[in-house]
Write a protein that binds this ligand. Structure first.
Ligand code: HEM
Ligand SMILES: *[C@@H]1O[C@H](CO)[C@@H](O)[C@H](O)[C@H]1NC(C)=O
Ligand SMILES: *[C@@H]1O[C@H](CO)[C@@H](O)[C@H](O)[C@H]1NC(C)=O
Ligand SMILES: *[C@@H]1O[C@H](CO)[C@@H](O)[C@H](O)[C@H]1NC(C)=O
Ligand SMILES: *[C@@H]1O[C@H](CO)[C@@H](O)[C@H](O)[C@H]1NC(C)=O
Ligand SMILES: *[C@@H]1O[C@H](CO)[C@@H](O)[C@H](O)[C@H]1NC(C)=O
Ligand SMILES: *[C@@H]1O[C@H](CO)[C@@H](O)[C@H](O)[C@H]1NC(C)=O
Length: 260
């Protein structure tokens, strides 16, 4: 290698380092690309961690995407794939496509944080009206289990009150608790059970990793125990009963405080 090539290599390394995330720039989905109701799988496809066309999502691809983008334990990612493969109606399917996740009441369910119920419109496209409703309950700069739980309950109550086809089984509840805690898993503090609201809103609204806001893949591996513990924290925070001593404090939101 000649000395002259050194600056070229160095600048290539620096350019790669600022690409968000490294080697995986974001590219908006095109008209023929499939996307689904999961903001994270959509994000992984937008960054080419999963196929950009949203098709042929195999176990190996899920394991490698979730491991490299989110530092998920490979056995956790494999388990998630096993739970998702019912989405493909073919017997013994080895892959699913993002649009197969859109089928109502298979994995997709009512009361989502950022999508409307199938009864009212598209159950899989990001819906600003619905996400606005969710954000009412995100009353601090740092989201905690109470705020996330409150938004979950509010969405369910709205659906139960106004959607005559509202359905939310106990199996949906398990999935939903995982989904509602997922922003902490991806972008937050697993021990404190908190996450920066700005990062979460950016992620939902853009289906893009919030790299430009300073986020990067966590250093610790995410294990099944973490997922179960965080889901339990959301479940506990969903209780509307307090003891006579307990005070559930929620930070007042300063930016959109006009809602109150
Ligand atoms: C094989 C892996 C996965 C599959 C098949 C999957 C599938 C789904 C599906 C079908 C939904 C829609 C549920 C609904 O109707 O609201 C959903 C929602 C969601 N998923 Fe995933 N998901 C996967 C992994 C992940 C991961 C790793 C994360 C982040 C750490 C994540 C974050 C979310 C969030 C935040 C929602 C809730 C969206 C909302 O309520 O509007 N998912 N996922
Ligand atoms: C799906 O992906 C696998 C693994 O990369 C590949 O072997 C297979 O040919 C692909 N199938 C289609 C239909 O693209
Ligand atoms: C990944 O998960 C498996 C099964 O739960 C566990 O045995 C292993 O120690 C985990 N690996 C890491 C790095 O946490
Ligand atoms: C699916 O797998 C099962 C068990 O391995 C096998 O008995 C069955 O024939 C397979 N079905 C198809 C359609 O390949
Ligand atoms: C967004 O949700 C609202 C409220 O349910 C609904 O009226 C509207 O049609 C939805 N938009 C789409 C594109 O589905
Ligand atoms: C969502 O809330 C923002 C901020 O309050 C507002 O500008 C926007 O019009 C709302 N969108 C919908 C669809 O209600
Ligand atoms: C949340 O993240 C944003 C974007 O990186 C940052 O500007 C803000 O200071 C963070 N908020 C808190 C409370 O740490």
């Amino acid at each position: 290698m000649g000395l002259l090539s050194l600056p070229i290599i160095l600048s290539a390394v620096l350019a790669a380092a600022v690409e968000p995330p490294k080697g995986h720039p974001w590219l908006a989905p095109g008209p023929n690309d499939y996307r689904g109701p999961c903001p994270m799988l959509n994000t992984l496809s937008n960054h080419n961690f999963l196929p950009h066309d949203g098709r042929n999502i195999t176990k190996n691809k899920v394991v490698s995407a979730m491991s490299s983008a989110l530092n998920f334990n490979e056995s956790l990612a494999a388990l998630m794939f096993e739970m998702a493969i019912v989405a493909n109606p073919e017997p013994n399917a080895t892959f699913f496509t993002l649009d197969q996740l859109n089928v109502h009441n298979v994995l997709e369910h009512d009361g989502s944080l950022s999508r409307t119920d199938a009864f009212f419109g598209s159950n899989h496209i990001f819906n600003e009206t619905i996400f606005n409703e969710t954000k009412v309950y995100w009353t601090g700069e740092i989201l905690d289990a109470n705020m996330l739980a409150n938004s979950k309950i509010a969405r369910q109550l709205n659906s139960k009150a106004f959607n005559p086809t509202y359905r939310f089984t106990s199996s949906v509840e398990s999935f939903s608790l995982g989904e509602v805690s997922a922003p902490i898993v991806a972008f937050g503090d697993l021990q404190a059970v908190t996450v920066n609201r700005t990062l979460v809103e950016y992620f939902f609204e853009n289906e893009r990793f919030p790299t430009e806001l300073g986020w990067s893949t966590r250093k610790e591996v995410v294990n099944i125990e973490d997922i179960l513990r965080l889901s339990q924290a959301i479940s506990d925070a969903s209780n509307l009963i307090t003891t006579d001593k307990e005070v559930v404090s929620t930070q007042r939101r300063d930016l959109h405080g006009g809602l109150y």
